[in-house]
Design a protein around this ligand. Structure first.
Ligand SMILES: [Mn+2]
Length: 495
């Protein structure tokens, strides 16, 4: 039972909602407030709730929740004192006043609510919404202005068709959406969403990237969701009128010379940016750019289709490391919204992509070739590799072995020795080790380095090369880790 004390304008509202949830009993000392009602579909008691007798008449002991909502604060306090005495187990909610923050001190109150504050918060929420609405209007305006520029270029090129015209305007696409080098799921999903939004406004766009699509998960994401990406090497920037950046605002991570190019749109969540654009939405408080774009879709009433919802959801998951890294309320909101729209089966396939044979072979070689030092460090030379992404996987894989807490996997690709290191030992900083040993870098838990093959390049015999590389890398790593090889040698075993 819910007991509500005070049937004024506020109490009335609360009663309307509460009676859909449970049996409601209302107390008010003014009988006329009930008389004016056409239909009374709750129980009520007329009387002064600051008196025990009235509370007992309302069966105070049966109440699970008691709300004290009159607008007389001194009276509320009196009632609250009495209620907590008569029904100490009930959940007591009282109406507070900001002016007297200590009004209920010493009383066992579960929750104090401030109706005016609540209303003010709602107003703020609406202001935020109106700000975003305004922002999206700006975005649309800029997108449309690029479309107009694009139409003009097309017209002009038609007029000059007979002249030595090198750029046929008909081939031009209004927008190029540029992702950062080696794009991750967040940049891919954000680009997809922006392309969809522009499409809704009738503006075409292409998505481009530099570097390469690493990780099998990212490749699976692109293949399974049918995302069309064009490598920057196949792009002529002159074919585009407008440029938009997603998940990036720093010229250092982009495949184009962004500093010497007009940028129209930047949507990002990194705060290290050095670029400016006509439209900028950089929110460093959110965990993923996909959160910002999901916010856009929600406000534009554009419910994302399954493919886009899956991409955005996966993007938020990976950028926040499944909500373990910096995750804001906005990220949770966006993920919650997308969860109902995405396809869990596709997500499962993206998260667990089929492994290619080469990677599998390299994992196998990492296991077979491993050398265990001090029974917790695994070093493994995997030989020649075509796909360098297999190395970090091999290092991860070795870390799964019983008793192993630090791993180094290394192999040769394009005249370089590449090394990937992992550790779950908090006392070991592999980022620092890779840096000191080979000038590489990374974090405490994971790091990598590459060094020139140098004089080893001339060694043609596979076995000799293997011995030389193994010896050199191992010696250097152990030296930097402060492990004396001589004294330890007996402990090195080829299990
Ligand atoms: Mn991101």
């Amino acid at each position: 039972m819910i007991l509500i004390i005070g049937y004024g304008s506020f109490g009335r509202k609360v009663v309307n909602y509460a009676k859909t949830m449970d049996k409601v009993v209302v107390i008010d000392k003014n009988a006329s407030v009930f008389e004016s009602l056409e239909k009374v579909d709750f129980n009520y008691v007329v009387g002064d709730a600051s008196e025990k007798e009235t509370l007992n008449r309302a069966d105070i002991k049966d109440a699970d929740t008691i709300l004290v909502l009159t607008n007389k604060y001194e009276i509320n306090k009196k009632i609250a004192e009495l209620v907590s005495e008569l029904n100490p187990k009930g959940y007591l909610i009282v109406r507070g006043i900001v002016k007297y923050p200590d009004l209920y001190s010493g009383i066992n109150v579960n929750k104090i609510i401030y109706p005016i504050e609540c209303a003010a918060k709602e107003v703020i929420h609406e202001i935020e919404k109106s700000k975003l609405r305004r922002k999206l209007m700006d975005l649309e305006e800029i997108v449309m202005s690029v479309k107009i520029r694009h139409n003009n270029v097309s017209e002009n090129s038609k007029l000059t068709e007979n002249h030595e015209n090198n750029n046929n305007g008909d081939n031009k696409v209004p927008f190029l959406i540029v992702m950062h080098n080696n794009p991750d799921p967040d940049s891919i999903a954000s680009a997809m969403a922006l392309k969809r939004i522009m499409g809704k406004w009738g503006v075409d766009s292409d998505i481009t990237y530099g570097g390469k699509i690493g990780f099998d998960e990212n490749k699976a994401m692109i293949n399974l969701l049918g995302v069309k990406l064009i490598h920057i090497d196949e792009i002529d920037l002159d074919d585009y009128v407008g440029i938009a950046l997603v998940d990036a605002s720093s010229s250092k991570v982009l495949p184009i010379d962004a500093k010497n190019h007009k940028i129209d749109i930047i949507i990002d969540h990194h705060d290290n940016g050095d670029l400016i654009a006509d439209y900028m939405d950089i929110r460093s408080d959110v965990g993923a750019a996909a959160t910002i774009l999901t916010d856009y879709l929600m406000h534009l009433n554009m419910t994302p289709k399954q493919d886009l919802a899956t991409a955005l959801y996966y993007a938020i998951c990976t950028d926040t490391n499944y909500f373990k890294r910096k995750t804001s309320k906005k990220d949770f909101e966006a993920a919650g919204y997308l969860q109902d729209l995405m396809d869990p089966k596709t997500l499962e396939m993206i998260e667990n992509p089929e492994m290619d044979t080469e990677t599998m072979e390299i994992l196998a070689r990492a296991i077979i070739n491993r050398k265990i030092i001090r029974s917790s460090i695994a070093l493994s030379y995997v030989g020649m590799i075509k796909n360098r992404d297999a190395l970090p996987k091999a290092a991860d894989f070795l870390l799964k072995m019983e008793g192993i807490t630090t791993t180094y996997a290394f192999g040769i690709s394009e005249n370089k020795i590449h090394i990937s290191a992992r550790t779950k030992d908090l006392r070991i900083d592999v980022g620092d080790i890779m840096k000191r040993a080979f000038g590489g870098g990374g974090h405490q838990k994971s790091a990598a380095a590459s060094i020139d093959l140098g004089i080893f390049e001339s060694v043609s015999d596979k076995d000799s090369l293997r011995k030389l590389v193994e010896e050199a890398i191992q010696t250097k790593i152990l030296e930097v880790m402060g492990i004396e090889e001589g004294g330890e040698k007996s402990k090195i075993s080829e299990q």
